[in-house]
Structure formats: C-alpha cells, structure tokens
Design a protein around this ligand. Structure first.
Ligand code: F3S
Length: 444
C-alpha cells in the first residue's frame, strides 16, 4: 500500500509528520510523492489562523476528489482535526480517519482500520507525549533537522488558539533528545534547529528549572553537529545563562527568534503578553551588547483589537530603532475560542492589511540597509543546493534559518560542493533579503 503525505503548518507539525512517516514505513507502507498512485493520503493540518484553516480544508477537499480515482483512504490529522473533529466527520464524508494532535502514534492503526472499511477516530487527551521509538523520516534536506524539544504552551496570549489544540507545556526528556540528536547526526545532520511553541522554558516541568542552556551544552557535545539554532524564544524567559551559552558555545548560532507580537503597552497587556515596551527594548539592547553580531528575528501582529493609530505608530518607531535583522508580520485573525475574539473593538480588514504593509515596507528598507552593511564580511555558510544553469550555490550563514530567512548565493565555476558542505565566503553584494558571496581562497 502506498501513502501520500501532505504536511501543513509549522515546523513542530512537520516533526509530527516525520514521526508518522517513520511509523507508516515501519508498518509496511510505501511512501510516495505521487498522489495519483497513492492508496492512502494523510493531510496533517494547521488551524492557527483563518488562512491556514482555508489551506487545510482546501487540501483535504483536493484529496477527497482523488477518492473518485485511485485513493482508498483519506486520513486527516493535526491541529484542524483536533479543533474541528466533529465537523470534519460530518461535513467531509470522504474522510476515513481523524487523529488529533496527541494521537499521531496511532497512524498505522488508523490506516489499517480505514483500509478494512472501519472509520477510525482518536483525539486523545492533550496530556503526556506519545511514546514512539521508531526513527522518524526526515523530510528536510539531510544536513539539517528540526528537534522538537517540547509540546504545548502554558502562556495565555489572548489571540492564540494553540494551547487548546496542543495542551499545556510538556518537555521531552533530555536523554531522549540527546539520543535523537545523535541518531540525526549519524545520518548526516549538521544543523539542529530547536523548536517548540516556546523553547525558553524547556525543562521547567521535568526538572523544576529552565534547562535549555544545559540541553544545548549536551547537544553541542555531539561531534558531527556543527550548528545549533534556537527558534521561538519568549522575551520574558530569556535568562543571562541562556545569553551566555549563545555567546560562548561556538556551535550555537548567534541568532535568536524573539516573537514580540507588539510593542505598545496597552496592546501588549490586552494580548496577555508579559513584557512591556521598556523591557523589550532593554532586552534587545542587552542582546546586542553581549553578542554584537547576533541576528534577531521577530514576529508582529498588525490590527489587534483596540490597536489605535498611535499604537501602530509605536510599532513603526520601535522597529526603526531595534533594526531587527528579520521580521514577519501577520494581520490579526479573529479565532473562535480565544479571548480576543470577544473583544469589541475589532479592526477592519483593510486597516489591518494596510498596517501590515506599512510594517513590511519599513522592514524591507531596514533589511536592505543591514545587508548593504554586511558587504566585505566573511562568513561560514552551509550549502543548501545548486542552480546549475546559473553556476550558483544556494547557502545560508548563521544569520539565516531555513525557509523563513534569506540566502547567500555563491557564483563559482567550482562544481564539487555538495549540500551540507560548509565553506567560507566573503560577502560581495546585497539584495533586500539575500546576499551574494564569493568563496574565500581557503574554500575556493
Ligand atoms: Fe498550525 Fe498547529 Fe503549528 S495550529 S502553526 S500546525 S501548532
């Protein structure tokens, strides 16, 4: 039996997809990337904001059409399944199995049962983490992998539906993570990207204290791992100990993803965030003083209920001063089941969109200036791919997380580099988000 798999949403969901792929392979299924020859299709969905839900539903419906052709079984898993289990069952009759976010370990049973003609439905309580000992199948290029260090979230941001889809914060035991990282390293992974809804409080539930610095130290002992990158750090949870590890451990990228969401104190309070404008600017200043070459990424929400023109201006002023190296901005999405959905002073869609555009326009100017200033610098980069018709390698420096940040393009006649090779380049040109580099003498 052949399985076609679609993974939507974030990198945490991607890790669940990879675990399910591993289980399906072990369970005797063959993985195919051709949906027309699949017997079973799995759609691992996202339900974060309206656009993500639309994409999930559209993908399910596309797959449902295949049931008129070759497809025997359609399975829906992940966050949309957790949130709208009943609706999926009643409104999309082509679906044969529904698995919630904490039931991905049941994927083989679900496929087997559904092939037998039995509807399978499992949305386990959002407690604990499913015990899976099968190796996951990495779907990223073989030189980097996401390591999900925890599940769920205890913060109560008023706009966010994720805690009700993923449950409260549960760390993965350190031993298990170190062993998983070793296996990944043996398979060629050089860059480990630590993810969770929030990485900064890792270990608090298991060890009674924030243990991310210790985890990083343990992971960095794995010889083949060259880079460790930390995503999703809550500003208020960043400790001096963590800053020190980033600063002193040579395997840790000088890179931090710091989703601040807003900067105006009234909006931050109404969002249920636990930082103030002053604390945020103090933290950014401190990070830049301690680690002068650190690349900072952030995420913002435009048009949160009650956001005034002045509050929006505060955002523009702040990003102008903070000069984030990377920045993403969503328009606020009114999600059923969240506190903010009931707030009265909702903002019109056109206003939200125009505020987001203001932010992104300003940020593109900031990025262009920052990149211009990097010309002449030398960096170690990791090769992600090659564009033969342009004689150009596509690479990333410590400043670039895969998929969300920029690239360093290296034009060269040298043909011998492979994905995952690490070389040194001198930056010779800059675009808004990407850089151009030349191999240095030692790498040429
Ligand atoms: Fe989407 Fe679920 Fe991730 S809602 S963003 S796939 S945790």
């Amino acid at each position: 039996m052949k399985v076609f798999f679609v993974s939507l949403g974030c990198d945490k969901n991607l890790v669940d997809s990879e675990v399910m792929l591993g289980l399906l392979k072990e369970g005797g299924y063959e993985i195919t990337d051709n949906e027309d020859e699949a017997d079973v299709a799995v759609v691992n969905t996202c339900s974060f904001i309206l656009d993500a839900q639309d994409e999930s539903v559209e993908t399910i419906l596309q797959m449902a059409e295949k049931k008129n052709e070759n497809l025997k079984v359609l399975i829906v898993t992940g966050c949309l399944a957790q949130r709208y289990e009943a609706e999926i069952k009643t409104e999309i009759p082509e679906v044969d199995a529904v698995l919630g976010t904490n039931s991905y370990d049941k994927i083989v049973e679900a496929a087997n049962e559904a092939l037998e003609g039995n509807f399978y439905d499992e949305c386990s309580p959002l407690k604990g983490i499913p015990e899976v000992n099968t190796e996951r199948i990495i779907s990223t290029p073989s030189h980097y992998a996401f390591l999900k260090i925890a599940e769920g979230c205890n913060k109560k941001c008023t706009y966010c539906i994720i805690p009700s889809l993923r449950g409260s914060y549960r760390s993965v035991p350190m031993e298990k993570l170190v062993s998983e990282a070793r296996t990944l390293a043996e398979k060629g992974v050089k860059e480990l990207i630590l993810v969770a809804q929030e990485t900064t409080v890792y270990g608090i539930d298991l060890y009674g204290k924030k243990s991310l610095p210790e985890l990083i130290s343990r992971l960095s002992e794995i010889e083949q791992i060259r880079w460790i990158r930390i995503l999703y750090c809550y500003p208020e949870e960043i400790t001096d100990e963590l800053i020190n590890v980033i600063k002193t451990n040579e395997k840790v990228c000088h890179y931090l993803d710091l989703p601040i969401q807003h900067v105006n104190d009234d909006v931050l309070k109404s969002m249920g965030r636990r930082t103030t404008n002053k604390e945020l600017s103090g933290l950014i200043k401190k990070l830049r003083e301690e680690i002068p070459d650190i690349a900072l990424r952030t995420t913002l929400i435009a048009g949160f209920p009650g956001e005034t023109n002045e509050a929006h201006e505060d955002v523009l002023r702040f990003i102008n001063e903070a000069e984030f190296d990377r920045l993403g901005c969503f328009t606020y999405s009114r999600e059923d089941g969240t506190k903010a959905a009931c707030f009265e002073n909702q903002i019109a869609d056109e206003v939200k969109a125009s505020r987001r555009d203001d932010i992104m326009e300003l940020q593109s100017e900031i990025c262009a200036d920052i990149n211009e200033g990097l010309i002449g610098n030398e960096y170690e980069v990791i090769i992600d791919g090659y564009i033969p018709e342009e004689n150009t390698y596509v690479a990333r420096s410590f400043r670039d997380a895969p998929d969300v940040d920029g690239y360093v393009f290296i034009e060269t006649d040298r043909k011998s580099l492979l994905s995952g090779d690490m070389v040194r380049v001198k930056i010779s040109g800059a675009h808004e988000y990407d850089l151009i580099g030349e191999l240095t003498d030692e790498s040429a």
